[in-house]
Design a protein around this ligand. Structure first.
Ligand SMILES: [Zn+2]
Ligand SMILES: [Zn+2]
Length: 528
């Protein structure tokens, strides 16, 4: 295959450490990137740190440092965490990147010039004491629904305060009662774009996860509302329109346009033409995947397509929406304030990164919420250790064996493996990664059963030719295991390639050509 594939991993917010829930949502992106490269497609896999927005300015205020410092601190941490988990991003950048900021301004201006971003004056809450407009989440009021104190954006009881409710709100910083003042903002005309967005959804949604389809239809049915794209902030991307010098771009616009700016930047740096990826060439030649958790769905199925349509330059729209459900931790929601959950940094210290990846896919929140426990992870780790570690060990470390014998491949085994590549391929392209990992477990069971049935320890004494054939066949199975596990467990795959002197990972049946000496074979995993 020679398709052009963009994979966009969601951009994490730079206001706290990433936890296992983030990993469970984002890991599919790396599976796709590795798989598509392996089958010969041209891949650009991108993401970056979301440095802007009020959660970051709030965090910075709390820690007494600048938003720039806080976002830089977390950007470095995220970059390191993704590296350690072997995410193979072609470009992992940040929204504070100068190239990104310039390109976002250009795109924003185009949408404005096309009439899809327009000016509107609202009555917004203003704090005379702080001398500024205050956003909903910077307001405090008594919830008219439950009577508890709440922030203005949404109460813990689920109630979203109306404009009328907010008239009585106080400023969260100084506790002064706010007034309202006319405030000029820019809006994106999603209502005008609705027919085009609907057409896009209808054409593509069969390639989406069910939760994306449902969530998207909910909004379309209610009718898309125009959304403000500017905010009264001094942290974020400047507005390239006169009269808005005191405002900044709403963070969700800046972040989703990052998929385009990073592909542009990567292409510029690698002498490629970004339009080959983002604009239509030939049917079925391009695929665009968007990978994220369920709280981000509409940004990828409605807002991003809306912006792309607003540019009006034949941009391709996302084809496959890979949206996970939530991961819980010991049956509870991840909560930093309540100390529930585990950061990826801690998980890297504690667990094997390959079996953690595999576990989060095999038992992850692909189509329904999933639960993470230490015990469940250990079960997966030990299963892989028993089935894969042990099979490699008893084949390649067969006592007294100095090199892989010259033998013939068992024809049935070859046919089984050839078929398996196709099956795993189909599952990955249908974004059914759990099924793909189940196929891998099936292969490991098949391999161990073959070994047990053929009894090489008996043939060793009775029929040396048959012994050679068995061990050769098992070594070929191991070689092919290294290929099919590469998207899921890349470090283990690489170890096997080194043992068997396999130069290149591919997505088709391979055998062993060279004389391979069996020295320095270490166990692949340690049992927990
Ligand atoms: Zn105030
Ligand atoms: Zn309430």
């Amino acid at each position: 295959m020679n398709r052009k594939v963009i994979i966009g991993g969601a951009w994490p917010y730079a206001n706290s450490s990433l936890h296992l829930g983030h990993l469970a949502a984002l890991i599919s992106g790396d599976v796709l990137a590795r798989y598509h490269r392996q089958i010969g497609d041209k891949v650009i896999y991108v993401s970056g740190t979301d440095c802007h927005g009020t959660p970051i300015t709030e965090r910075a205020k709390k820690e007494g440092i600048s938003p720039k410092q806080i976002s830089e601190k977390y950007h470095k941490e995220f970059d390191m965490v993704f590296n350690k988990m072997n995410f193979s991003y072609d470009l992992y950048t940040k929204t504070e990147d100068e190239y990104h900021k310039e390109k976002v301004k250009e795109i924003f201006k185009k949408i404005y010039d096309n009439g899809y971003i327009y000016e509107k004056v609202d009555e917004d809450n203003y704090c005379e004491h702080c001398n500024k407009f205050v956003a909903d989440r910077e307001l405090k009021l008594t919830c008219p629904n439950c009577g508890e104190e709440t922030k203005g954006d949404q109460c813990d009881c689920g109630y979203v305060p109306t404009k009328d409710d907010l008239k009585n709100a106080v400023c969260i910083d100084c506790e002064t009662k706010t007034s309202t003042k006319p405030n000029k903002n820019l809006y994106i005309a999603l209502s005008k774009l609705q027919p085009n967005i609907e057409e896009y959804v209808r054409k593509n949604e069969t390639n989406w996860r069910k939760n994306s389809q449902n969530e998207t239809h909910k909004y379309l049915k209610e009718g898309l509302k125009d959304r403000a794209v500017t905010r009264n902030l001094n942290w974020g991307i400047e507005i390239p329109v006169e009269g808005f010098e005191d405002k900044r771009m709403y963070v969700w616009i800046d972040a989703v346009l990052g998929y385009i700016t990073t592909v542009m930047k990567y292409c510029e740096e690698n002498s490629l033409n970004w339009e080959d990826w983002w604009k239509k060439k030939e049917e079925n030649e391009n695929i665009i995947y968007m990978v994220h958790g369920k709280d981000n769905i509409v940004f990828h199925t409605l807002i991003l397509p809306g912006l792309l349509l607003g540019i009006n330059e034949n941009y391709l729209l996302p084809d496959k929406i890979v949206s996970t459900e939530y991961l819980n931790f010991n049956d509870q929601k991840f909560s930093k304030s309540k100390g529930i959950g585990m950061t990826i940094l801690d998980a890297i210290e504690k667990y094997n990164t390959d079996t953690l990846r595999f576990h989060l896919i095999k038992n992850g929140p692909e189509t329904k919420d999933a639960n993470f426990t230490d015990d469940d992870y250990t079960l997966t780790h030990n299963e892989i250790t028993n089935k894969l570690g042990n099979f490699v060990n008893r084949t390649l470390k067969y006592k007294g064996l100095l090199q892989i014998p010259n033998g013939n491949i068992d024809k049935d085994v070859k046919e089984y493996i050839e078929n398996l590549y196709k099956e795993i391929s189909e599952y990955i392209e249908k974004i059914e990664f759990r099924n793909a990992t189940n196929k891998i477990i099936e292969l490991l069971d098949y391999a161990n059963k073959y070994y047990d049935d053929k009894k090489p320890w008996i043939q060793f004494k009775e029929n040396k030719n048959e012994f050679d054939n068995i061990i050769y066949t098992c070594a070929v199975i191991i070689a092919n295991i290294s290929n099919v596990i590469e998207p899921f467990m890349p470090e283990t795959a690489e170890k096997i390639r080194n043992y068997l002197k396999i130069e290149q990972k591919t997505w088709n049946y391979i055998d062993i050509q060279e004389e391979v000496e069996l020295k320095n074979i270490e166990p692949l995993f340690e049992r927990k």
